[in-house]
Design a binder for this molecule. Structure first.
Ligand code: DX5
Ligand code: ZN
Length: 225
């Protein structure tokens, strides 16, 4: 049963995070993503309230969405994410991820996201146990596990995430859920290999991709992990 995610995808999916791109020339980086083997483009929206940083919002993302040919994986690090379901839908996003810690009525928001036709993901901060997902795991399309405290790129991977991936995989298999496991923060070739071995399906990588001199090659290599 351990092989399920691998045989399902054939290879590891990679979602480069635009947070580490060159904000003075996003077009060049998006064109690199379009011509690379990247599976999705990961977009980090921060509000300075849920997390101690502000990234970019919908006026910028509209232009990103118009240029990008890959499915958009939107990660909302904001309070009251339900307010922005129409904006995320209008981008043409594939996946909308909301934080467990920001959603007291998580079941309702997950249904609302799915009603628009988008896939719905729930995100957990490093200190939030995966066991809390038992009653929602069959309703979500993906669980995004944070392997750093959200708010900044370039942080160090928290090794305990590997245990969380294994535990989450067991919950998914036990409940016959179809949820995918995505991991975000401090992911590189080394931590990425450990994560896919533990059961992760999709790896988000910001700095590791964009700070490299050959980002497309890094994406190609990570898909073999
Ligand atoms: C952090 C964001 C991440 C970030 C990852 O809050 O959610 O997506 O871009 O950056 P790296 O890969 O540099 O840790
Ligand atoms: Zn993210």
């Amino acid at each position: 049963m351990q092989e399920i995610s691998k045989s399902y995808t054939g290879m590891t999916r990679i979602a480069p995070s635009l947070l580490a791109a060159n904000f003075a020339n996003l077009q060049a980086d998006i064109e690199m993503i379009n011509s690379s083997e990247a599976d999705w483009l990961h977009l980090d929206v921060m509000d300075g309230v849920f997390v101690p940083n502000i990234s970019f919002g919908f006026p910028v993302l509209k232009h990103v969405a118009a240029l990008c040919k890959k499915p958009l994986d939107v990660h909302l690090m904001i309070v009251n994410p339900e307010k922005f379901i129409p904006e995320v839908k209008a981008l043409g996003a594939y996946m909308m991820n909301v934080h467990y810690e920001a959603c007291p009525h998580l079941h309702r928001i997950i249904q609302q996201i799915k009603e628009t036709g988008m896939k719905a993901g729930v995100t957990l901060n490093p200190a939030t146990p995966v066991a809390l997902l038992a009653d929602i795991i069959r309703d979500v399309d993906m669980v995004l596990l944070m392997s750093v405290n959200p708010g900044f790129g370039g942080q160090k991977f928290i090794p305990h995430t590997l245990e969380k991936v294994r535990e989450l995989k067991a919950i998914i298999q036990r409940t016959n859920s179809q949820a995918l496991i995505e991991v975000d923060g401090g992911v590189n070739d080394e931590t990425g290999a450990l994560l896919t071995e533990a059961g992760a399906d999709i790896l988000v990588a910001g700095s590791h991709v964009f700070k490299s001199s050959s980002p497309a090659e890094v994406i190609h290599r990570m898909r073999q992990l």
